[in-house]
Ligand binder design. Sequence first.
Ligand code: NCD
Length: 305
Amino acid sequence: MLKNRNLVDPMDFTEEELDEVFSLAESIIDHPEAYVHKCEGKILATLFFEPSTRTRLSFESAMLRLGGRVLGFSEADSSSAAKGESLADTIRTVSQYSDIIAMRHPREGSATLATQHASVPFINAGDGGHHHPTQTLTDLLTIRRIKHRFDHLNIGLCGDLKFGRTTHSLTKAMARYANVHFTFISPEELRVPEYIRYNLSQKDVPYQEVERLESVIGNLDVLYMTRVQKERFFNEEDYVRLKDSYILDREKLRHAKDDLTVLHPLPRVNEIAVEVDDDPRACYFEQVRYGVFARMALIMKLLGV
Ligand code: NCD
């Protein structure tokens, strides 16, 4: 039996495959009418054991726009997980009901486990504080549309770099392009994990770590803001102390380049003042839009249609 193609880790696709996905996404942007029947007769299952607005709804919107159908659940409590069913059994079961599965789960490694039991293509829609590869597809498509390149960029990642899975996946994916420099901006307690720093050092990818956004904002081409991941903290006190570590406002943006691209995977809590939304450098809602096209292209690629 041919093995299913899955997306669990941002490096599961080669550079060439990523280019194919982005070219397809761009073709969908330009000619959406050409794709409205591509997934007719196919079913996407969205299994969300953790809260989500954008990821789940953009997956569902993507499948519906391709002419396919969707089923699933948005809370662990409404599935048999609440009765003690194992993830393996849930995945085996849902494989019989659908042609492709997207799952979000609070446990790191759950996505890899799921691929061992899925008999249809499987997509990791976030596994705990580990990875979120479809957000990375969205981020890369946005960077490609706005910057027209992935190389020669100074990327600042700001906020909760310890628990923020979107930053882990984006760093891993961008590290393979030439002359990318990472600037990690976080409080000491929320530093990027050691294994990520180690991997960058091994590949001689330059990076710096700072605590103050003001000290580096003028050098950045992309600024990726993130929310402090409340649900992954062990105690409320630490969360309250760290939650407002960074607030991007108009005053801070005065020191940034004119062509800075400000991204955020959303949801935003306090990290970006609403006054920034009108700045032409604020691209996070454009990023939301690209999330649908990235997922449409991904679904088509994994289904081979
Ligand atoms: C992110 C996530 O779930 O990791 N959200 C998203 O999918 N766009 C970021 C977050 O929750 O802070």
